[in-house]
Design a protein around this ligand. Structure first.
Ligand code: COA
Length: 174
């Protein structure tokens, strides 16, 4: 498996991948989010990573920009969405995309990464819910709002409301 940054030529294949992973109704909405994020200036800096096996896209992750109110110097990203093709799951692809993203972001000086997702999955990658960053919208499952620090101790200092890219702030994604 190889992991690389996505290009404009991957976009159609990415929509199919998300539709397959999330199911046709949720997947269509996630596909719209992917297209929007890839063309959203407010999402930058943005890291879009694809996992490839034998020339086929099998996984995709987007890390997009977040600002924290009151902490203009903080460098924060959010992981959304993450998907692995159904026939390719449980082979470490999701974990490898997260690890590669973290390595690249840490090298770029990013302080922490946020995610809204299943704690049973994301806790394995170092995400935790005991932080003081507030989500952009009220959450039905606050335990699913997690952060992983890339710079040691940063979650002890960061607090306040997160503001995501315009396309990701739409209430339907929260
Ligand atoms: C969640 C997802 C990205 C995981 O990708 P993956 O490549 O299968 O993950 P990995 O191989 O790195 O890790 C697999 C492990 O995570 C576990 N896992 C996967 N999803 C899980 C979940 N929702 N809750 C708990 N554990 C989960 C698997 O059981 C497996 O553990 P095991 O090997 O000990 O049984 C993939 O299942 C997927 O695309 N799902 C549909 C879309 C989605 O829900 N995306 C995440 C929200 S944005």
């Amino acid at each position: 498996m190889t992991i690389r940054e996505s290009t404009g030529q991957d976009e159609l294949a990415l929509l199919s991948l998300h539709e397959a992973a999330f199911g046709s109704s949720e997947g269509a909405g996630i596909g719209r989010l992917v297209t929007a994020l890839l063309h959203d200036d407010t999402a930058r800096p943005l890291l879009s990573l694809v996992a490839e096996r034998q020339g086929r896209l099998v996984g995709h992750a987007i890390f997009s920009a977040v600002s924290i109110e009151g902490y203009p110097g903080a460098s924060v990203r959010i992981l959304a969405p993450l998907a692995v093709a159904p026939g390719q799951q449980r082979r470490g692809t999701g974990g490898a995309l997260i690890a590669e993203g973290f390595a690249r972001l840490a090298a770029a000086g990013v302080d922490c990464v946020l995610v809204l997702g299943d704690p049973r999955y994301y806790a394995r990658a170092g995400f935790r819910a005991d932080h003081a960053i507030t989500a952009p919208h009220p959450l039905g499952h606050p335990e699913a709002w997690m952060a992983s620090e890339l710079a040691f101790g940063v979650l002890e200092r960061l607090a306040g409301r997160a503001r995501c890219a315009a396309s990701l702030e739409a209430p339907e994604y929260w």
